[in-house]
Design a protein around this ligand. Structure first.
Ligand code: COA
Length: 261
């Protein structure tokens, strides 16, 4: 976990992997190297049994991620631009499809790719000083890491188009009102609150949690049949040890202890 130049990874005793984007001098802007490190980090989270959930945040008091790294934009061609967009979409989708819960702890600016990264996480907790926006049209470009799609899904087309077309930033309270974030907390409570939320999910049946994530993703994927996915996952749960433990614990009036089996 030490061979990252632009991320900090920390795995705690509860199985929470905190991934911190660590380029504070550039407000944690995502250059291509950082996108590749995020790809490695999410693969590590998926493939490491000791990791039970992921918290994603940014270094420093000012920014979660202030966008893609604008200094890398001038070299783009139609071909490399398409590659950059599809690669970023793929990496962010890995967070979204991760069967372990992923929470964005948004500690400041979440602009462009930063807003897109937060939206690829399963839940978002914002510090009161967080700011959200998709300012790409200010630069003569559009969001390329899923922003036009996920923002539309999360807050509805009319509200999404206003943010996408005006490039306006919204504060945390407005982001909450729009449904873009789940909670708004004081900056000094952000990590603790986010970890408490994650730990609550970690007490649930891990297989069921993963299936819920996948079924919710299927609801918004035109290539999949969401109700059929739900029924298939429901059926799979029926033959797990967790589904023996859950009802047994309920009837015995004790907390369930799930094994993820
Ligand atoms: N890419 C590259 N560098 C970035 C960046 C980005 N997306 N966002 C901020 N930075 C850099 C700045 O260039 C500056 O570097 P410098 O100190 O070497 O000059 C440093 O981070 C601090 O940013 P600064 O603009 O001085 O901070 P600010 O508090 O005045 O403004 C923002 C903060 C977020 C409003 C402003 O940085 C901004 O608008 N950033 C770009 C946001 C954006 O358009 N993102 C989408 C990109 S597609």
């Amino acid at each position: 976990m030490t061979d990252y130049a632009n991320l900090l990874l920390d795995l705690d005793a509860d199985g929470i992997l905190t991934v911190t984007v660590n380029r504070p001098a550039a407000l944690n802007a995502l250059n291509q190297a950082t996108i590749e490190e995020l790809a490695r980090a999410v693969q590590y989270a998926i493939g490491t049994p000791a990791v039970r959930g992921v918290l994603l945040t940014g270094a420093g008091p000012k920014a979660f991620v202030a966008g893609a790294d604008i200094s890398e934009f001038s070299a783009l061609t139609e071909t490399t631009g398409h590659t950059l967009s599809t690669r970023g979409q793929h990496v962010f989708s890995r967070f979204e499809s991760c069967s372990k819960p992923v929470i964005a702890a948004v500690n400041g600016f979440a602009l462009g790719a930063g807003c897109e990264l937060a939206m690829a996480c399963h839940l978002r907790v914002a510090a009161e000083n967080a700011r959200f926006g998709q300012p790409e049209v200010n630069l003569g470009i559009i969001p390329g890491y899923g922003g036009t799609q996920r923002l539309t899904h999360l807050i509805g087309k009319g509200r999404a188009l206003e943010l996408l077309l005006t490039a306006d930033m919204v504060n945390a309270a407005e982001a909450h009102r729009l449904g873009l974030v789940n909670h708004v907390v004081a900056p000094d409570q952000l990590i603790e609150f986010s970890k408490t939320l994650l730990k609550k999910i970690l007490t649930k049946g891990p297989l069921a949690v993963g299936y819920v994530i996948d079924a919710a993703n299927a609801a918004l994927d035109p290539a999949r049949r969401g109700y059929e996915v739900e029924a298939t996952h429901f059926a799979a749960c029926c033959v797990t040890e967790d589904f023996v433990e859950g009802p047994a614990a309920f009837l015995a009036k004790r907390p369930a202890v799930f094994q993820g089996k």
